[in-house]
Design a protein around this ligand. Structure first.
Ligand SMILES: [Zn+2]
Length: 266
């Protein structure tokens, strides 16, 4: 039998080598985990079956395994493609959400800016209105002699201001914010004060018993600047008040209209 065996060995030498190669190949596949379950039947068939059939069977097995691998690869590739698409979609969604958030933030900031600007405007308007809102020069008094009233008492023949009823020593207030341009004796006006108001107009206060400010001094709205009296050309104590477009005598305007235009009830 040894001779037969030798002959057989000689005849089947090439197949042995081929089987070895197949074993190696299947082992490689088995190592990859793809064909572990089918490796043993394939090997069992190689020893006693017809050599050519066995080779074909192995080729079929290999073909099936290859198809399986290709299918697995295709599945993996599709899964990867789907994962990529999902990732891209998620990224696009993230970008969209970020854009929306930024847009909301921008709109909120814009709204806040607008509200802040509106508050500033309102505050400035209120300040401007307050600056243009005067007070009466004598609190709780009334006009005893009107503007342009005729009398031999005045050199012009008519009254260049209005007289407020006021006992001597009554507080006299700056009707608005301004600067003292005159403070002292004013002839027929007696002791008098002239203020240049911040809006560029002038106001005059006459027949004072006491002057409390000096030229160049800034005064605020409602600030006490003097006490009323009976100095100068008068027939009794009162406050003579004039509104003027300039600092000098003769530039007088209607003081009632002037005070009313500045929110004072007279
Ligand atoms: Zn007067």
């Amino acid at each position: 039998m040894a001779f037969t065996r030798a002959t057989g060995k000689h005849r089947r030498a090439s197949r042995t080598a081929r089987t070895t190669r197949n074993l190696a190949g299947i082992a490689t596949l088995a190592a990859s985990g793809v064909v572990a379950s089918v490796a043993s039947p394939a090997l069992a068939a190689t020893d006693e079956s017809a050599p050519h059939d066995t080779g074909l069977q192995q080729a079929v097995v290999m073909g099936d395994e290859l198809a399986g691998r290709i299918e697995a690869q295709a599945d993996a590739q599709q899964a990867a493609a789907e994962a990529t698409a999902a990732r891209a979609k998620a990224e696009a969604e993230a970008v969209r959400l970020a854009d929306a958030a930024k847009k909301r933030a921008d709109e909120a900031k814009k709204k806040a800016d607008e509200e802040r600007a509106a508050k500033v405007r309102a505050a400035r308007e209120a300040e401007r209105k307050l600056l243009n809102t005067f007070v009466a020069p004598v609190t709780g008094s009334y006009v005893s002699t009107g503007y342009k009233a005729s009398s031999g008492l005045w050199s012009s023949g008519s009254h260049t201001g209005i007289d407020f009823h006021a006992a001597s020593g009554t507080s006299v207030h700056a009707v608005g914010a301004g600067t003292v341009v005159e403070a002292g004796w004013g002839g027929a006006y007696g002791n008098n004060i002239v203020l240049r108001m911040n809006d560029g107009t002038y106001t005059q206060y006459g027949h004072l018993s006491s002057i409390g400010v000096t030229v160049g001094q800034s005064v605020s709205r409602g600030e006490q600047i003097a006490l009323s009296g009976n100095t100068g050309n008068t027939t009794g104590p009162h406050l003579h008040f004039e509104a003027r477009t300039g600092p000098d005598y003769g530039s007088d305007i209607d003081p009632i209209a002037y005070l009313r235009a500045h929110g004072v009830s007279v």
